[in-house]
Design a protein around this ligand. Structure first.
Ligand code: 8YV
Length: 319
């Protein structure tokens, strides 16, 4: 395996770099003075690569690697990888599910609490000295217990969120491609129907064409003026302009967002609103969880090249 060449395009963690160096011959494309030229001259030697959401693993890149066998993606969401192009080239794509479920679910619960209870505005109130000047912070209008949590995409992360939310006394409903057998939660066929039944609507759906602007103006109108929207999936899943309009006009009560359309650029309109909590895509961002994801990136490559079986192929990406 030591002669097998693996391409790393952007700097990655020590776990990835050291783990790969133990088993493979690694090329750090980011250290090449002319990466394009390097690829044109040496792309045929590469049999595996590491990808992440920070760059597009598109058809053009894949075609420069004619002997590629596997793309090992860092992250559970792999919308930056052209899986169809990979499949057409006989390349398997893997990702890092499961190991980040708890972390992302914790972040989601935090966003629900911060928005429903207006906690960030309360923090700003104390810092600005307003508590002493103006008196007590206004009472919150919403509470976790008894509120309906509508989950878009009841996958591993969605289920982990649901389990936590139940402990807070929330009622759970969901939508997805199909009703899931054995789930005790109410199923809604469409996002709009789910939004109409929800107090808090959480998007866990992945990015990509199939979910593009799934949460649009109509869905937000159905969520209504007392509704809260939380997004931990992908920014592309929501019509950000419609979301800003709904927040500015009181069409919905609040939003908690970890993901955006054009990261790391967050529209000024969102940054100026008081009824929004904004996080810089930190759903899975702790050292233990990112380390576990990095290890899985390495393990997928090691398993593929030692016994031909990747550990966690993407559901639609087995060539
Ligand atoms: C990733 C994420 O860590 O896993 C995902 O899909 O959104 C994050 O948790 C991030 O995309 C790093 O590339």
């Amino acid at each position: 395996m030591k002669n097998t060449e693996i391409l790393v395009i952007r700097p990655s963690s020590d776990i990835v770099m050291d783990g790969l160096a133990e088993s493979f011959s690694v090329t750090r494309l980011f250290e090449q003075s002319d990466p394009k030229r390097w690829l044109a001259e040496n792309g045929g030697r590469i049999r595996g690569m590491v990808s992440s959401g920070s760059f597009a693993t598109d058809r053009a890149l894949l075609e420069r690697l004619p002997n590629l066998e596997i793309v090992s993606h860092f992250g559970v969401g792999y919308d930056s990888v052209d899986v169809e192009a990979a499949k057409a080239q006989g390349v398997i794509v893997t990702h890092t599910p499961t190991v980040l479920d708890d972390e992302v679910a914790d972040t989601t619960i935090a966003l629900i609490l911060m928005t429903l209870r207006n906690l960030c505005a309360a923090d700003r109130y104390v810092r600005a000295g307003e508590w002493a000047e103006k008196g007590p912070f206004p009472l919150g209008k919403y509470t976790m217990k008894g509120s309906v949590l509508g989950i878009i995409g009841l996958g591993r992360i969605g289920k982990t969120i649901a389990t936590r939310a139940e402990v807070f006394g929330m009622q759970i409903a969901y939508t997805g491609r199909r009703k899931q057998k054995g789930q005790p939660y109410d199923y809604y066929r469409g996002v709009k129907e789910l939004a109409a039944a929800s107090d808090v609507l959480v998007n866990c759906a992945p990015g990509g064409e199939g979910t593009y602007q799934l949460v649009n103006g109509e869905v937000l109108a159905a969520l209504g003026q007392d509704g809260v929207f939380v997004n931990v999936g992908r920014g592309t899943t929501v019509d950000e302009t419609a979301l800003i309009n709904a927040l500015e006009s009181g069409g919905i009560a609040a939003a908690g967002l970890d993901v955006f359309v054009d990261e790391p650029h967050v529209p000024q309109a969102l940054r100026s609103l008081d009824n929004v909590v904004l996080l810089p895509h930190i759903g899975s961002a702790t050292v233990p969880t990112r380390n576990a994801m990095a290890q899985l990136v390495v393990d997928n490559l090691v398993n593929w090249f030692s016994n031909g079986a990747a550990l966690t192929p993407v559901p639609d990406g087995v060539a």
